[in-house]
Design a protein around this ligand. Sequence first.
Ligand code: ATP
Ligand code: PRP
Ligand code: MG
Length: 300
Amino acid sequence: MTPVNVLQLDGEQIKLAIQKDGRLTEATLQLLRTAGLQFESAKQRLFSVCRNFPLAILYVRDDDIPEYVADGVADLGIVGQNLVREAERPVEELLPLNYGHCTLMVAVPRESHIQAVEQLAGCKIATSYPVTTRQFFQERGINVDITTISGSVELAPTLGVSTAIVDLVSSGSSLKLNDLVPLESVLQSQAALIANPTTFKDEQKSIKSIILNRLLMRLNGVINARSYKYIMMNAPREALPSIVELAAGMHSPTVLPTADPDWISVHIAVAEDVFWESIEQLRSLGAQGILVSPIEKLFL
Ligand SMILES: Nc1ncnc2c1ncn2[C@@H]1O[C@H](COP(=O)(O)OP(=O)(O)OP(=O)(O)O)[C@@H](O)[C@H]1O
Ligand SMILES: O=P(O)(O)OC[C@H]1O[C@H](OP(=O)(O)OP(=O)(O)O)[C@H](O)[C@@H]1O
Ligand SMILES: [Mg+2]
């Protein structure tokens, strides 16, 4: 394997564009740092060069990221899938990152009593996502008049600008504050790593591809770790086959003997989204002394 310092000597590095200051910034910096990358903070900077990895980080406005990646100004970007879809630029999504979750949603004033998007035919819709909104209504065969607004979209119905809005929703508190109710989801979104479609395809074994694969391995290690918990327990020996099923997706669990020959100590990794159900099942299988730990990195 080519050591990283040899790659640096070659002077080759990849450029990653991330949001300079916004909802994705902190989580993105944390992801990169947890993946072992060392770099100076974004404040007052246009870019940072990692000290221990051939990567430059460009701090830009998130709306510009799909464009920069498509044009090759940056090789990679981390941005919401909502913006990738809206930009309609040829970029490749490499990895969903499991943060920045939100939904692009059609919403109407509570008192409007509109209950289905079909009732919006002929109406004005305010949004910062005109492309995605147009596609949504076109696919549904509903003719609407789209008004593009860059912010505070939730105010549009109160100001008489539109009958409905299409905007991002996460907790739903902005809708509630503005007396709006959700009608239908247009798009589910989360932050994702995107790539220029040609940078890494020219030569499979190019230095940039090697760097990308190393970065992907690191990011996957962090993302996987966040979605699993490490569980250690003592259990009756006969419960082992059922416990193995709970560890689906991972290789065979570690099984250790205990002082009691009828009991074993078992170590498994369990997916976060079925964590509590798994604990309930383990307890019903007779497991005791169940000890749960976070995982720092996980390479599946
Ligand atoms: N309420 C939310 N909860 C979770 N994620 C969100 C929310 N709003 C937006 N996002 C995600 O975070 C990304 C960045 O949002 P942010 O508000 O920082 O950017 P922006 O609205 O484009 O910036 P600006 O407010 O400067 O125009 C969005 O593109 C979306 O993917
Ligand atoms: O469902 P919620 O948790 O309330 O989040 C939704 C709000 O978050 C986003 O705006 P943001 O706060 O980013 O402000 P912005 O319009 O300046 O981007 C979005 O445009 C909504 O207004
Ligand atoms: Mg915003």
